[in-house]
Design a protein around this ligand. Structure first.
Ligand code: SAH
Ligand code: SF4
Length: 422
């Protein structure tokens, strides 16, 4: 089953708590969502099918699960009717439980989801004129306490499993009504695909709303590498959710030792939460910088497999008033990008405030000026319009209401109180 342990990160010991294991389902059935074809075949073989049948059934079921989005074995028309209960007795096709679905006035949608063992996490869908982007979470909480990020005030509860990660995309497709529709090209009860490589038949799958995925929800995806990779493999599989890797972006706060592997084993677009151009400021706002510094990070970007002018690395830069938003910062940003010869674009993100946040957003004129300096150097530098602020769905606002104050937040509040007193 999915490994929910944090993977060891080379280098010093990481400041991570030990995540709790996922609790198995009470009814003993196994949820297939998140599993690869081979894993499904293994389970079918363990349950008694011979190797050849297990492989064939896994191929059929994989297609139904991920490409057609069915949640009931009874709907799998290329499996003989009497056989379908055999699957249903042993396996389930799960979805994350929806605790709350919110709709922003700007069209953004947010789902508060709950894992089978009772942990809350969030997914956000952001519709634009030319695309629809799903912002997917990789962990419940985050171990990295970036000071401007609300999620960073939660302690890490645990890594999300591949099923919980891919489940977010599936749930969004359910809600948007976007599973391929149309007629299947084989008869009900056709159990003949033993002789058929592609039991899918033909259908139309046009005009989708959900076109892109960004791993920019709660958590640091490169601290949950294996599960994120396995989930994205299913998302990218042509017979699975079928999204091209060019439409998927993984955002990291800079887990340098995992970046090359992300490029090689997942191959999606890379976004890096840079946010500062010198050690002092980055150490303060992205504490992971104390472990993997700017030079190392930018070298890892330069070496990222697949980065090119056609597939540029995105540098995210949150605009914090008086902290990282000067002309000098903008020029230094340009200098760094040029020095490391990075095919780059810069996303300027106006800081999204949250209650108790220690920063304010830069003034609009400041952001404009910053963008102009970067743009004048030939680097694309769009300013991101905050989306879904009214439902707390904007970047860095994700924090489930149920989450209790973390150790880090308590420490921070204590520090601030102390400072106010002193
Ligand atoms: N952990 C990953 C991905 C999730 S955060 C990472 O840090 O890259 C997605 C983006 O939102 C990051 O660039 C993050 O720095 C930014 N962000 C976090 N809090 C924010 C806030 N309050 N306002 C604006 N952007 C924020
Ligand atoms: Fe974690 Fe990313 Fe937030 Fe930093 S910005 S605390 S890495 S989710």
């Amino acid at each position: 089953m999915a490994d929910t342990a944090l993977m060891p990160i080379p280098g010093q010991v990481d400041p991570v708590t030990v995540p709790r294991e996922v609790t198995p389902r009470a009814d003993g059935r196994v949820d297939l969502i998140g599993l690869a074809r081979g894993q499904i075949a293994e389970l079918f073989a363990e349950a008694g099918l011979d190797a050849k049948a297990a492989k064939l059934r896994a191929k059929q079921v994989f297609h139904w699960l991920y490409h057609r989005g069915v949640t009931d074995f009874a709907a799998m028309t290329d499996i003989a009717k009497p056989m379908r209960p055999w699957f249903a007795e042993r396996f389930v096709i799960g979805r994350p439980q929806v605790v709350e679905a919110q709709h922003s006035s700007d069209g953004t949608r947010k789902w508060l989801l709950r894992t089978a063992d009772g942990h809350d996490f969030e997914t956000v869908f952001i519709p634009d004129a030319d695309r629809g982007t799903l912002c997917v979470s990789s962990q419940v909480g985050c171990t990295l306490n970036c000071r401007f990020c609300h999620t960073g005030t939660m302690r890490l509860v645990r890594n999300l499993t591949p099923g919980e990660i891919v489940g977010q995309v599936m749930l969004a497709r359910d809600a948007l009504g976007e599973w391929p529709k149309g007629r299947m090209d084989f008869a009900e009860e056709d159990d003949g695909p033993e002789f058929d490589e592609h039991p899918a038949g033909h259908y139309t799958a046009d005009g989708r709303l959900l076109t892109n995925i960004v791993m920019m929800g709660m958590g640091e995806p490169l601290y949950n590498f294996d599960n994120v990779r396995d989930a994205l493999k299913v998302v990218m599989d042509g017979d699975g959710l079928g999204l091209s890797r060019r439409r998927i972006t993984l955002s990291t706060s800079g887990v340098v030792p995992m970046m090359a592997r992300a490029g090689e084993e997942i191959g999606v677009n890379l976004a890096v939460s840079l946010h500062a151009t010198n050690k002092a400021v980055r150490d303060e706002i992205v504490p992971l910088n104390r472990k993997y510094g700017l030079e190392e990070l930018l070298e890892a970007c330069a070496a990222y497999p697949g980065a090119s002018n056609a597939r540029r690395i995105t540098f995210e830069y949150v605009m914090l008033d008086g902290v990282n938003d000067s002309d000098e910062d903008a020029r230094e940003l340009v200098r760094l990008i040029k020095r490391y010869k990075l095919p780059a674009k810069v996303n300027l993100i106006p800081f999204n405030p949250w209650p108790g946040a220690p920063y304010e957003c830069s003034k609009p004129e400041r952001i404009k000026r910053f963008a102009e300096i970067v743009f004048a150097a030939g680097i694309s530098a769009p300013v991101r319009t905050p989306r879904g602020r009214d439902i707390d769905a904007a970047c860095g606002q994700l924090k489930t209401a149920a989450a209790k104050k973390s150790r880090a937040e308590l420490d921070r509040l204590a520090e601030e109180k102390q400072a106010a007193l002193g």
